[in-house]
Design a protein around this ligand. Structure first.
Ligand SMILES: Cc1ncc(COP(=O)(O)O)c(C=O)c1O
Length: 273
């Protein structure tokens, strides 16, 4: 298939926590290039290109991204599409966009695999319905994998997916506007407490906030926040070494819950001063 033992897959740091595990499971090697909060976590062609070597089989990208909420600009995506490697583009947060536009890698190249699903845009996480768009040459191999491992998604879930595609346009639009308001509320609230958010996220449903002012150990901080403030957050280090000192907040909850969370966080961090 795409990855053989020893092959490298290049991905950003920070990245979705599961990515290195997928690669290691195939006995491949995850390799990273850095993203920087100063320019809104944009991946740059030059940073990727200079890390490619003969072992690099694929470049894995994600836009809008978990954990940063960043959307890869059209220019950067177009340049990445020109790399002489397979591109695996995780587009699972497409549609959850509050500013700008999320482009698909398929607008720029056919040498790409696109991962998508119903979990995020249609809030169908528990239904486990996803899909892959792949180059035709891989059809027989993927068919064999699929027939041996999955056979099919459950029939009722497929009907749910069809209903989501055909009937939820207005609801999805409403939810995207709601997420946008939650995003603004959370970004303002966190900045008010002292978290660093240089560029607000443009998509997905996360805020990746610089918490170095409060401490360096994000895992310890996440547990302390949970225990003392009663707010569940994800430690930045889960998303790669460059995420250390950051905390990821999700706004997949109501605005009143977000206000309550901010109130508790404010109280907790004031108490530590
Ligand atoms: C970037 C990214 N890709 C893929 C997934 C997997 O989504 P699911 O398994 O719910 O379809 C997630 C879930 O958080 C994600 O953040």
């Amino acid at each position: 298939m795409l990855i053989c033992p020893g092959d490298r897959v290049l991905m950003s740091d920070p990245h979705y926590s599961c990515y290195p595990n997928f690669i290691r499971y195939l006995r491949g090697e995850p390799q990273t290039y850095p993203l920087d909060e100063d320019d809104g976590y944009q991946p740059h062609y030059r940073d990727i290109a200079r890390r490619l070597n003969r072992k690099t089989r694929a470049v894995l990208i994600n836009s809008p991204a978990n954990p940063t909420g960043a959307i890869i600009s059209k220019k950067n995506l177009e340049e990445i599409a020109g790399l002489d490697r397979w591109i695996v583009s995780d587009e699972i947060y497409h549609g959850l966009v509050y500013r700008g536009r999320a482009h698909s890698i398929l607008e720029f190249t056919d040498r790409a695999f696109v991962i998508n699903g119903f979990s995020k845009l249609y809030a169908m996480t528990g239904w486990r319905l996803g899909y892959l768009i792949f180059p035709p040459d891989f059809r027989r191999k993927l068919q064999s994998l699929h027939q041996n491992l999955f056979i099919s998604a459950n029939a009722f879930v497929q009907w749910g997916g069809i209903a989501a595609l055909e009937k939820t346009g207005a609801e999805v639009g409403k939810m995207v506007r709601e997420f946008d308001q939650r995003r603004n509320l959370l970004v303002d609230g966190l900045r008010g407490i002292g978290f660093g958010i240089k560029v607000p996220p443009d998509g997905a449903f996360y805020v990746f906030a610089n918490a170095r002012k409060f401490g360096q150990d994000s895992l310890k901080m996440a547990f302390e926040i949970l225990e003392h403030a009663g707010v569940a957050v994800a430690p930045g280090v889960d998303f790669g070494s460059r995420g250390e000192g950051f905390i990821r907040f999700a706004y997949t909850t109501s605005r009143s819950q977000i206000r309550e969370g901010i109130r508790r966080l404010k109280k907790y961090f004031r108490g530590r001063e």
